[in-house]
Ligand binder design. Structure first.
Ligand code: IMP
Ligand code: MG
Length: 185
């Protein structure tokens, strides 16, 4: 458990900025263009996997131009500090029937791949019109199950990252950029 009792403690945990806010903004414009091109005016339902994707979802939904609804579900992959334990649970489900919707799953990061494989499997059983996955970050070197997003904004090396929605023990989600977490102090 990290000991953070002051702004100094907080700042010490931010090792270095990996992706700036400007780089994120530019990549979202490009991702939104891809989504617009796939759906070509057809309405979509953007589904954010909470909590990590809430910041990305907020920016992405304002960058697409196709008519869009938004929905939230919560999938928790259990972590012991910065290491995945491999267990995934759906802790909050969508509030509507998704048959009749073109679904776009919005995720913050694909690490082992377990969370999205589980979520996508569950949603496909509900017979949406179509389903695509967009992820802000991908750590392909960490994959333990076979899973790829349709649209990936950034591929990153095997480091634990924080900011722009991503947390370590619930802190750092409010950073406007993606940074590497300092495990040493
Ligand atoms: P997966 O099931 O291993 O692919 O893990 C996906 C989830 O773990 C993500 O949606 C994040 O919530 C969390 N996660 C994985 N890597 C990181 C990281 O580097 N920083 C913060 N959260 C992470
Ligand atoms: Mg997540």
């Amino acid at each position: 458990m990290q000991q953070i009792n002051s702004v100094e403690d907080f700042n010490r945990k931010i090792k270095n900025v990996l992706i700036t806010k400007e780089e994120i903004d530019a990549a979202i414009v490009e991702a939104a263009k891809k989504i617009d091109a796939i759906y070509d005016g057809r309405p979509i339902l953007l589904v954010s996997v909470l909590k990590g994707a809430f910041v990305f979802m907020a920016d992405l939904c304002r960058a697409v131009t196709v008519p869009c609804e938004i929905g939230f579900m919560c999938a928790k992959s259990y972590y012991a500090g910065t290491t995945s334990t491999g267990k995934v649970a759906i802790t909050m489900d969508l509030d509507r029937d998704v048959s009749g919707y073109h679904l776009v799953i919005v995720e913050d990061i694909i690490d082992t791949g377990r969370t999205l494989k589980e979520v996508v499997g569950i949603l496909k059983e509900r017979n949406p019109l179509s389903l695509h996955v967009v992820t802000l970050l991908d750590k392909p070197s960490r994959r333990v199950v076979d899973f790829d997003a349709d649209i990936t904004l950034f591929t990153i090396p095997d480091a634990f990252v924080i900011g722009y929605g991503l947390d370590c023990d619930e802190l750092f989600r409010n950073l406007p950029y993606i940074a590497e977490y300092n495990t040493e102090t």
